[in-house]
Write a protein that binds this ligand. Structure first.
Ligand SMILES: *[C@@H]1O[C@H](CO)[C@@H](O)[C@H](O)[C@H]1NC(C)=O
Length: 350
């Protein structure tokens, strides 16, 4: 009996060794073939890097995303891959708008965002329900949308890019940082503007410091906030730090304890990010995020300041495709007409 078992064991070993050899040969052959193919093909001197840009196209404001895309594409020679994110029922409309307009030349992928992932994570009682649109939270889930790239750009739909997006992409990320943002007190001019439009630019504006959970974070309420409307992110680091899980945790906590200040625009998506990224983000050049153009329709910004700006962001209620709004001429010049004619630009004097 013992002898038989030994023989069996020897046979099994032999079988495993044979299998390993076959596998090794196969893999080896494949790599050989691959190397050969590489040698044969004439590779271009330098392979141009693809810049992934994530932008959401919501049903009611698709024109915004299209204008932003147009501005980005028109101001660069870089090879951009647009990830245009929408909800299921708008995907065909997004495709149509791109393929039947001057945008047909862009490289793009249409990505569906399933709002079910947000179930139980959003408080329904915000003072600005439009901020609860599921697509506002797409930026929390970047690694789920993007697989082939390590570094990605995310921009809100209410932006216009005037500079070469390559510059934004080249924003250095400190090792160990999953993302870069623009601080809300970065530019002296930006501070003037913050005062001009009467805006909070600290954590106090986003978190309810009367709540113990917030106090226990040990973050000073006078810490400068940042705006997550423009993000340069490192997916490797993001996954490593489990940023998405952390953000979801803080959304859930808010549902249970009502931790966020509801007084400010962008609050719902901004607050969890302020907590999760506190002290752990790199800086975006302030000219790459000139903000608050949508805050006060009566506040005009100095002309030279707008010309220098690489990126304009109409955060706030007053969007440049609506009335009243400010500096809408800068937005309208990038407008891409709706090929189906549903969305029409209302001409107004500004
Ligand atoms: C992204 O993060 C990983 C892990 O920290 C790091 O090795 C890599 O160099 C980073 N890439 C960029 C583009 O910053």
């Amino acid at each position: 009996m013992a002898l038989l078992r030994k023989i069996n064991q020897v046979l099994l070993c032999l079988l495993i060794v044979t299998l390993c050899m076959i596998l090794y040969k196969k893999v080896h052959k494949e790599t050989e073939l691959k190397n050969k193919a590489d040698d044969d093909s004439e590779m271009p001197e330098e392979v141009e890097e693809e810049i992934p840009v994530v932008i959401c196209a919501a049903a009611g404001r698709m024109a915004a995303a299209m204008a932003a895309i147009n501005s980005i594409y028109s101001n660069t020679d870089a090879n951009i891959l647009f990830y245009v994110v929408g909800l299921r029922n708008t995907l065909s409309r997004i495709r149509k708008w791109i393929e039947h307009s001057k945008l047909r030349e862009i490289n793009f992928k249409i990505v569906e965002f399933n709002p079910m992932v947000l179930k139980g994570k959003i408080r329904p009682d915000s003072s600005r329900p439009e901020l609860l649109q599921p697509l506002n939270f797409v930026r929390f889930y970047l690694p789920l949308l993007i697989h082939q790239h390590e570094k990605v750009i995310y921009v809100d739909d209410d932006v216009i890019v005037q500079g070469d997006i390559q510059e934004l992409y080249d924003t250095p990320l400190t090792l160990g940082h999953a993302a870069a943002f623009s601080d809300d007190c970065d530019l002296p001019t930006a501070q003037d503007i913050t005062r001009l439009v009467g805006l909070q630019n600290t954590y106090l504006g986003y978190l309810d410091y009367r709540k113990k959970t917030i106090k226990d974070l040990g973050i000073s309420p006078s810490t400068c906030s940042f705006n997550p409307g423009v993000i340069v992110a490192n997916m490797t680091e993001w996954k490593h730090q489990r940023i998405t899980k952390q953000l979801e945790k803080w959304m859930q906590k808010n549902v249970e304890e009502n931790l966020y200040s509801s007084s400010l625009g962008g609050g719902v998506a901004t607050s969890p990010m302020l907590i999760v990224f506190h002290g752990k983000y790199s800086a975006i050049n302030p000219l790459w995020h000139i903000r608050h153009l949508g805050w006060n329709p009566d506040a005009r910004y100095p002309e030279h300041f707008l010309q220098e700006a690489k990126l304009l962001h109409w955060n706030g209620r007053h969007k440049p495709w609506d009335f009243p709004s400010t500096h809408n001429d800068l937005w309208e010049s990038w407008f891409v007409p709706d090929p189906v004619g549903v969305f029409k630009l209302h001409h107004h004097n500004s």
